[in-house]
Ligand binder design. Structure first.
Ligand SMILES: Cc1cc2nc3c(=O)[nH]c(=O)nc-3n(C[C@H](O)[C@H](O)[C@H](O)COP(=O)(O)OP(=O)(O)OC[C@H]3O[C@@H](n4cnc5c(N)ncnc54)[C@H](O)[C@@H]3O)c2cc1C
Length: 402
């Protein structure tokens, strides 16, 4: 293989470029991303970057110099418009047709939008890019009231930053509890209590019906009630960005379908990150994940396979979220568990909850316990004694098999 093109400008694209060189690929690497930035990480956009605590240099995955040193050509602000699988070329928004031997799609995801009256008003935001975070930050600086639509991780992280910045914050969640899609009632209650304790007003079973204002939003309508809003941030999930792959005729179904080696239905095209729908041999089912660890790991696997190695993706999914001074780390899916085991003290904001099925750990959530979390991940799949697990005096290492 002499030329590899990577489409995307996020975690998966940046990691794949680095991994290709680590795997010994000496040919041409071109990264093409449509945002006006070198590859960057999104997590700070709802955390330290939004809070003004981190600059762009810390958001970029690697400095400019890295790509120059490694001989990686980065075309930022350029969109790949089409793929010709037979000719093995991509066409860019600059009108170029670029040839590849191997192509990696790392096109990420797109925010799910609310199609409601007033949705186009100034001050109604979504959060996916640096530009989105900059626009929210500017409105936070001049505003006093913020409404967050959606009580998922991104919504709650934004609420935490806004209330810490002194804004009055309302979170409107359509479901009966915050984080309903991703965690258990006990964890939802814990996070609700945390936010309410900091002054965020949370409204559940609250369906937004529109945004009010002339050219700028002034309030968010929720049935009979309206909530004053100098800005609104909508965080109601994402959709995999598979349109380019679909148009090229690649198999897609809730994401770009790849196998355990990150190969798409075209033998010369791989995909990694949020845009994929992939098999997980450890869980025995296909998944679509929205997480940095997945984007990084798939990028590494795809890079190795593009270099002719035979590497399979087989990782326990994990994710983290920072809200205030609390770091939540989760491994596996709590919904797969039938029994919950609490270890530590929820009131002290330092604990882990293990989820067991047939006596084996299937998932774990850890709050402010990063060291323990490393062991939590290793316990997944293992049968454990629940009483010993619950006892904070038990060294988790002693529960690891063999
Ligand atoms: C605000 C926010 C906070 C988050 N916090 C966390 C967190 O705390 N922990 C965690 O694990 N995950 C978090 N995530 C999720 C995580 O950022 C994503 O899972 C990760 O970014 C996926 O990386 P990716 O490379 O697959 O896609 P992306 O980062 O979405 O990158 C895809 C890039 O490809 C570009 N692109 C798409 N199509 C084309 C095209 N045709 N031509 C050129 N370029 C194209 C896009 O514009 C984009 O720049 C967060 C996400 C957001 C938005």
């Amino acid at each position: 293989m002499s030329a590899i093109i990577i489409v995307g400008g996020g975690h998966a694209a940046g990691q794949a470029a680095a991994s290709l060189r680590q795997e010994g690929f000496e040919g041409q690497i071109t990264v093409i991303g449509d945002e006006p930035h070198i590859p960057y990480q999104r997590p700070p956009l709802s955390k330290q970057y939004l809070a003004g605590e981190q600059g762009l240099d810390r958001v970029y995955l690697r400095p400019d110099k890295f790509y120059a040193d490694k001989g990686v050509a980065v075309q930022s602000g350029v969109r790949v418009e089409a793929i010709d699988c037979a000719a093995r070329t991509v066409t860019t928004s600059e009108g170029q047709a670029l040839a590849y031997d191997g192509l990696l799609l790392a096109t990420g995801s797109l925010v799910r939008r609310l199609n409601l009256p007033g949705g186009e008003l100034d001050g109604v935001h979504y959060l996916r890019t640096i530009a989105d975070a900059d626009a929210i930050q500017a409105d936070m600086a001049s505003g006093k009231t913020a409404v967050v639509v959606g009580g998922g991780y991104i919504g709650l992280e934004v609420a935490a930053v806004c209330v810490a910045a002194g804004l009055e914050v309302h979170v409107l969640e359509m479901e009966q509890r915050v984080l309903q899609r991703v965690t258990t009632p006990a964890m939802s209650a814990f996070y609700r209590g945390l936010h309410e304790g900091r002054g965020v007003q949370i409204h559940t079973s609250a369906q937004v019906t529109g945004f009010l204002g002339d050219s700028r939003v002034t309030a968010v309508q929720c049935g009979e009630r309206s909530f004053p809003a100098d800005l609104a941030v909508v965080g109601i999930g994402i959709l995999p960005n598979a349109a380019l792959a679909e148009a090229a005729g690649l198999d897609c179904d809730d994401g770009i379908l790849v196998d355990e080696r990150c190969r798409t239905s075209d033998p010369n095209i791989y995909a990694a990150g949020d845009c994929t729908n992939h098999p997980n041999p450890l869980l025995g089912r296909r998944l679509r994940l929205e997480s940095v660890p997945n984007a990084m790991e798939q990028a590494r696997v795809a890079a190795a396979n593009l270099c002719g190695k035979k590497r399979d993706y087989a990782a326990v999914p994990w994710f983290w979220s920072d809200q205030y001074e609390l770091k939540l780390q989760m491994a596996g899916f709590s919904a797969d568990g039938e029994e919950e085991v609490l270890r530590g003290d929820m009131a002290a904001n330092r604990f882990a909850v293990f989820y067991l099925k047939d006596g084996a750990v299937v998932a774990a959530d850890a709050v402010n316990s990063p060291k323990e979390f490393m062991l939590c991940r290793r316990l997944i799949g293992q049968k454990v004694d629940a009483t010993a697990l619950a006892n904070p005096e038990t060294d988790l290492k002693s529960l690891l098999a063999g």
